[in-house]
Every structure is written in C-alpha cells, then in structure tokens.
Design a protein around this ligand. Sequence first.
Ligand SMILES: O=C1O[C@H](COP(=O)(O)O)[C@@H](O)[C@H](O)[C@H]1O
Length: 258
Amino acid sequence: MPHGPPAAPILYTFPGEEPLVAALAEFIIKAQDEAIQKRDRFTLAVSGGSLAQHLAGLIGNPGVKWDKWHIFFADERCVPLDHEYSNYRLINEELLTKVDIPAEQVHAIDTSLLDDLDELADEYEQGLIREFANRETARFPVFDLILLGMGPDGHTASLFPGHALLTESDRWVAWIDDSPKPPPTRITLTFPVINHAHKCAFVATGAAKEDILHTVLDKPEEGLPSSRVRVAQPGMTYWFVDDAAAAKTEYLRTPFKA
Ligand SMILES: O=C1O[C@H](COP(=O)(O)O)[C@@H](O)[C@H](O)[C@H]1O
C-alpha cells in the first residue's frame, strides 16, 4: 500500500505505571495479531533505556506468540552485549530471559565489529535487508511496530537534537561517534525507517519528562527529534505517557482502546 502524509500522533495518558504497562501489552499484542494475520510474523524494533521495564506486561502473557517475533534494536550503544550501557543487555535482562523467544530471532549487533562503526552499521543494515527483502516492496523496511523512548533533551533512538543524522534520507542504519549521552558510539535506525513503520509507539513516564513532552507535542515546529517521528499513513504514531509526564502538555488526549 502506498504511504501517505503522516497523521497527528495519538496521545494516551495513564494514572500510573501499572495501567500503562497493561495497556502497552494489550496494544503490542493487537499489533502482533494484525501482523501475524497479514504476514505470518511480527517484526518489532525496541529501544533501550526506561522502555525495557515497561514491557513487563508481556511476560507470562498467553496472548504473545513468541515464535513469530523478530526483534531488532531501534538503536544500540556500541559496547559488548553484557556492558552496563548495552540496550540489548537491558532488554535481555528485563524481557528476553523471561520469555520463550527463539534466540536466532533476536538481532543484536555484531560485537566483533565494534572497532569499525561503518562495518557494524552496515552489517546491521544487511540483517534488515535479509529480514525484509522480498517481503515488502517499499524503499525502506516496514516494521510492524517500533517502540521508542524519549530522552529529557527530546532525543529518540540515537537521534539527537541538532545532529546531522536528523536529515539522513537514504541509509537504514547509521552510526554516530559523538553522542552527547554516554557512550559516544552508537548505531541507530534512521528517520525514513522509523517513519515507514506500520506503527510507532513512544513510552515516556515521570515528571522529568513533563517539559520536554510539552515541547515535543505542543511545539513540533521546534523540530526536536521526537517531534520528527511522524509515521506515514496508513501507519500511525502513538504516545503512552503517565500523568506525571503529561502534566504540562496541552495536546489532545485520546481514551485508550486497544
Ligand atoms: O540513550 C538512549 O535513550 C533513549 C531514552 O531513554 P530513557 O531511559 O530516557 O527512556 C532510549 O530510548 C534509547 O534507546 C537509548 O539508547
């Protein structure tokens, strides 16, 4: 199906952690069911950071069909997989070690290439090509779902404010060696990939995110990275936010319905 201009993001707010985690699991399972019905598999890109702990509603959930899941990383820090900074380590500890997903369906970076960021990003992109080639005719891979976080500076994945990568229009996976947040070296999916997904969902919680959420949702013209996530239609962008993070935004709330 051809892609159209992006629709405005949908904002769901929740009174606390527990209802947000439950709703997010329902939302992910619905995306999974739609994907399996149409394509017999579920392709997901996950972020690191605080997102990992918000995936707890999937653990032990009978609705999840783990054998159909193919997990990539929206961004990864260029460190060994057991390093304290590794996004893989976080997701592995919080989720993957607690569920029954085939190991070959989890696509971590190739840590033998940590000394050559160009090679590392290229190898990760090749993994996407192997997964998506001949399945979608689009110029970019079309993930069923990309789960994103947002840093207090408005960054998402490893796309930071003011960085040259914000205008990348060709590569699927890019590297940086000047991340303002440690560690400096990272790879990241680029905006064209993120904005071609079937669905993209941000998760942001806590009062430390209230100012930046206000800017990102109410002043998109400022062009912060998280404001630039606008999935092309028929895809959609969603925000799962708790009341603390939503305290300052005046953006229209939508009642959650999976
Ligand atoms: O550095 C990163 O930060 C963002 C946001 O993290 P959070 O802990 O504030 O939610 C995260 O989404 C990204 O994957 C990570 O590499």
